[in-house]
Design a binder for this molecule. Structure first.
Ligand code: ZN
Length: 281
């Protein structure tokens, strides 16, 4: 699944490649998929996109916004799979869930892997959509300060018990993070995924905040994770420290073997020495 850094990478590449292009024809693809969330019928999508020009794309959390000027905005969200650019004359993938052909012959296809939104809104109406409407500050935004982050933890302590993995992956409390990037964030912060939020010292909160910021920055700098693909169908350059490929091998810091277990709807990969389950004071 794409997380914030992959969407930032795609937005940058779209702006370098597609911005200014005019749509000759748009279609919702050739492969029906139950879990693609559309808000338009194919004929409506075709009529509304024809003749529109691609504006400057941007991203928030796990959402990618591509203005189709005048008046509309194409929204991809909560998805994985491929969003690909094809120069004029290039062979298209066999299956896709959305297709834009530009007047110069180039095109864009999108195919989701599991589920995801591919929606077209009148500009501004996308802000009323569930999950976009009340989105909290994301780690790439100036509002995501340590003060904000610490206050978010304080507010969560008033509700049901939560672990640090829950903070990173549930309910988009920190929009844009997902299970994949969270493994490296928790490793860098020296925190076990099950560690209760209420356990964290001031110093651990600070370490977690710093790990979120530095990991997100690093994955963006690498052009996304290497298990996801960019607009040109190239894998990203960021290699995760903690994932299925390093499980069973030595921790890069202390050499302890990396463990895998399932927790909160996804696999966790940890070093039990660097990320102890209980406070080591
Ligand atoms: Zn270790």
């Amino acid at each position: 699944m794409f997380e914030l850094p992959e969407f930032v990478t795609l937005a940058g590449q779209i702006n370098a490649t597609l911005t200014g292009k005019t749509i000759h024809q748009g279609s919702l693809g050739n492969s029906p998929h139950k879990f693609v969330w559309y808000n338009r019928r194919d004929t409506e999508f075709a009529a509304l996109t024809q003749g529109k020009t691609v504006g400057t794309a941007h991203t928030r959390g796990k959402w990618l916004f591509i203005p189709l000027d005048p008046g509309y905005i194409l929204v991809f969200g909560e998805c994985g799979g491929r969003i690909l650019y094809h120069p004029a004359g290039a062979k298209l993938p066999e299956k896709y869930h959305l297709w834009l052909v530009f007047t110069d012959g180039a095109s864009l296809t999108a195919m989701t892997q599991m589920w995801g939104a591919m929606e077209l809104y009148e500009s501004g109406r996308e802000l009323e959509r569930q999950y976009i409407k009340d989105m909290r500050p994301t780690p790439t935004e100036p509002e995501f300060t340590y003060g904000y982050f610490s206050a978010l933890i304080d507010s969560l302590l008033l509700g049901e018990k939560r672990s640090v993995k829950g903070l990173l992956t549930q309910e988009q409390l920190i929009p844009g993070l997902g299970n994949a990037i969270s493994q490296d964030i928790l490793f860098r912060a020296g925190l076990h995924p099950r560690r209760p939020l209420g356990d964290l010292s001031e110093e651990q909160r600070r370490r977690l905040y710093d790990a979120i910021e530095s990991t997100v920055r690093e994955v963006i700098a690498g052009g996304g994770r290497n298990d996801e693909y960019d607009l040109f169908n190239h894998p990203g350059g960021y290699v995760r420290l903690m994932d299925s490929k390093t499980a069973g091998g030595p921790c890069p810091v202390c050499g302890t073997l990396i463990e895998k277990f399932q927790y909160l709807g996804g696999a966790c990969y940890i070093c039990s020495r660097c990320q102890p389950a209980v406070t080591d004071s």
